[in-house]
Design a protein around this ligand. Structure first.
Ligand code: GUN
Length: 279
């Protein structure tokens, strides 16, 4: 039987550790505030934003919500970000993605002051991570490292294969696994023989955004499988990029969907908010 990596439990441990830290900081007179900016009413984004606000409340971080209409112009959004950059009472700024099509995401990400970039998406944060300097780490890949470490899974010397090369997950995941001394390969849609590569993995991280794409034929016996995907199937049930029922019996450890990687992203965002107040 594989070990089921319980992201809900591990994220709760992290949130409880942070709650204690925040209470301690409050006693010393340090308050932490996160600006949460949502443009439009994408239902999935609304769920994420609500969960982020809830996590703030649980830990004792003030969340300052900017929920602005879909028709907000790029200039108006940039103005909100500039105000937050300059407001000393705001420690972190989060702009929920995706943004409406008339707004350029890169421009918006670059407008966030790097010292408030709790998502870790600013080019300065990405550069610092790449060369191992201090800076905010992107929440989903940082959360995956925590899942592995807190489950006692060694990374050093392991064959780590990532499927997906997004700026938010695939690329930073590769850098963080490399930092932990893993041997890292990134696969993507142009990879010639995907199975041949994924079957080498001791640790397989899947972030391709296709429901149940990875079945047992892609996985080496005894691998550790981390599933970043989240989708609703035809029966309105949540599933990942990995076909869990087919893959799980062949693994030594696997993350479920829901309750695997998802809760870790928010826990690491909260961690970045606490760090932002200590900088
Ligand atoms: N949309 C999907 N994932 C994320 C994330 O980690 N941060 C933000 N800001 N938007 C997202």
């Amino acid at each position: 039987m594989p070990k089921i990596i319980d992201g809900k439990k591990i994220s709760q441990e992290i949130k409880d550790e942070l709650k204690e830290k925040v209470a301690h900081l409050k006693k010393q007179g340090t308050e932490i505030a996160l600006a949460v900016i949502q443009v439009g009413e994408d239902p999935a984004s609304s769920v994420y934003v609500r969960n982020k606000k809830r996590a703030c409340e649980y830990i004792g971080i003030k969340s300052v919500a900017y929920e602005v209409p879909e028709a907000t112009t790029q200039e108006e959004l940039l103005e909100i970000i500039h105000k937050c950059n300059e407001n000393p009472e705001i420690n972190g700024i989060l702009v929920q993605l995706p943004l409406p099509k008339h707004i350029d995401e890169d421009t918006v990400i670059k407008a966030i002051a790097p010292e408030k970039d709790v998502d870790g998406f600013h080019p300065q944060s990405v550069g610092a991570m790449t060369i191992g300097e201090p800076g905010f780490l992107p929440c989903t890949p940082a959360g995956i490292i925590q899942l592995l470490k807190r489950s006692g899974i060694e990374i050093e010397g392991k064959e780590c294969v990532i499927v997906g090369r997004s700026n938010i997950v695939g690329k930073p995941m590769a850098l963080l696994l490399l930092r932990e001394n893993g041997t890292v390969t990134i696969c993507h849609s142009r990879t010639k023989d995907l199975r041949e590569v994924t079957k080498r993995a001791d640790i397989l991280v899947v972030a391709i955004g296709k429901p149940k794409f990875i079945d047992e034929t892609y996985v080496k016996e005894g691998a550790v499988v981390i599933d970043v995907g989240i989708h609703r199937n035809e029966n309105n049930k949540l599933c990942g990029d990995v076909d869990y029922d087919k893959v799980a019996p062949h693994t030594t450890a696997i993350t479920p969907v829901p309750g695997g990687v998802g809760p870790m992203t928010i826990a690491m965002l909260m961690n970045n908010c606490v760090e932002s107040a200590l900088m």
